[in-house]
Design a protein around this ligand. Structure first.
Ligand SMILES: Cc1ncc(COP(=O)(O)O)c(C=O)c1O
Length: 405
């Protein structure tokens, strides 16, 4: 038996995908031109799947901050903050993120994946209970593998399902940590957070919410779903990423828990990996200033989300349940999803594609992510192109009229 034999089923499926055309998992951007355009296969391509929500990857002030940091502090930190020490900018960024949320503590990680992995597995252990939404991100599922806590899944976005599971645990000792997401990245739907908070309060459970896709997009000041639903003080741990709205790479967690800083010497995903380079930290600090100073970016993002969602819905596409920065376009099956994705790429439009086992309930879908920098013309063009492809492939049921999920 060879090392790769256990991947045999997947290998066969994947070869199938690779031999029938462009590989959705190995797209190569020859040149990135802006937050919304790149050259792919020699063709100028509209990017509607890169989660660059505010378009800050090319913001001149963020770019300048990164360049200046490289000039003055070098290209990398060459080690973890435990081994090599923190740069001044690391601690300044942590203070600024904590202030942004009105929380006492913040810990910055090198990726958002590591933030979830490290913090969740650092908070609960043997004898505790970790309760996660069934549609949680892979980083949350991977955290489950790294803890000795009991793992309980509840139905996606269903506070009564969480309530039932917490009731079942009511006579068990140990802490309860409930993990939620602000905006779910596959379907673009949002947790009914107020109801979840009410359930958690009743059962004395801690809440950790991952606002990876909602930072900047939701809330009066862009703090995410917690702010939008007025429950910032009820969420004990808020996790986020620098890799989407903030246009760089890294992750964070904020909290008011008094002993929070002990995680710096217990969380392996923080202790045993190199810290983010000065350029990244500097551009993220500047991006956070932009998020605070330019609410119009959030408004443009939502306007663009409405243009795409309403345009596709009117043409009869089946979509995720709500308007938002992530628009899921449901496909009947995986082969159709991949064929549609390829046709779109050939027509000069890049979106994401997802299929089982990565998706909830065995759904296949195209993942569109809006950017504040998209123009109305770009998005209207996309609706036209998608409608043309859908008609050719027989994906639309136009007789039935607009079909929203
Ligand atoms: C919900 C969620 N959490 C965490 C992450 C991981 O973030 P990062 O890309 O910064 O590692 C992602 C990334 O896609 C995500 O969608």
């Amino acid at each position: 038996m060879g090392l790769f034999d256990r991947h045999a089923a997947l290998l066969a499926d994947y070869r199938d995908v690779q031999t029938t055309g462009a590989d959705p998992f190995q797209v190569r951007m020859e040149r990135v031109l802006s937050p919304t355009e790149a050259i792919i296969d020699g063709r100028k391509t509209l990017l509607v799947g890169t989660h660059n929500y505010f378009g800050l990857t090319f913001d001149p002030s963020c770019v300048e901050a990164a360049i200046e940091a490289i000039r003055t502090e070098g290209t990398g930190t060459t080690g973890s903050r435990i081994a090599n020490g923190s740069y001044g900018q690391h601690t300044l960024l942590e203070r600024e993120i904590a202030e942004f949320y009105g929380k006492k503590h913040c810990m910055v990680f090198t990726t958002g994946y590591q933030a979830n992995l490290g913090v969740i597995s650092g908070l609960v252990g043997d004898g505790d209970h970790l309760l996660i939404d069934a549609d949680s991100h892979a980083s949350i599922y991977d955290a489950c593998r790294q803890t000795q806590a009991g793992i309980v899944r509840f139905r996606h976005n269903d506070p009564s399902s969480l309530d039932a599971r917490l009731r079942r645990l009511s006579n068990e000792p140990g802490n309860r940590l409930v993990v939620l997401e602000g905006i779910y990245s596959m379907m673009g739907d949002r947790a009914p957070l107020e109801e979840f908070v009410e359930v958690c309060k009743r059962h004395n459970a801690y809440i950790l919410i991952d606002e990876a896709h909602s930072l900047g997009a939701l809330g009066e000041n862009g703090r995410g779903l917690c702010e939008a639903e007025g429950v910032l003080d009820d969420c004990h741990f808020i996790v986020g990423t620098f890799s989407k709205t903030l246009g760089a790479i890294g992750g964070y967690v904020v909290s008011d828990e008094p002993d929070f800083d002990i995680l710096r010497v217990t969380v392996r995903a923080y202790m045993f990996t190199a810290s983010a380079p000065p350029s990244v930290i500097a551009s993220v600090r500047q991006a956070l200033r932009v998020v605070k100073a330019r609410p119009e970016l959030r408004h443009r993002l939502w306007k663009n989300a409405a243009t795409l969602y309403d345009g596709l819905a009117a043409r009869g596409f089946r979509l995720g349940p709500v308007h938002g920065p992530v628009v899921a376009v449901l496909m009947p099956d995986r082969p159709t999803a991949i064929a549609f994705w390829r046709a779109l790429l050939e027509a000069g439009i890049y979106v994401g594609v997802a299929a089982p086992p990565a998706t909830p309930s065995g759904i296949s879908l195209l993942r569109c992510a809006l950017c504040a920098e998209h123009t109305r013309e770009q998005l209207e063009h996309m609706v036209e192109v998608m409608t043309g492809i859908a008609r050719q492939m027989g994906v639309l049921d136009e007789e039935a009229g607009p079909a929203m999920n």
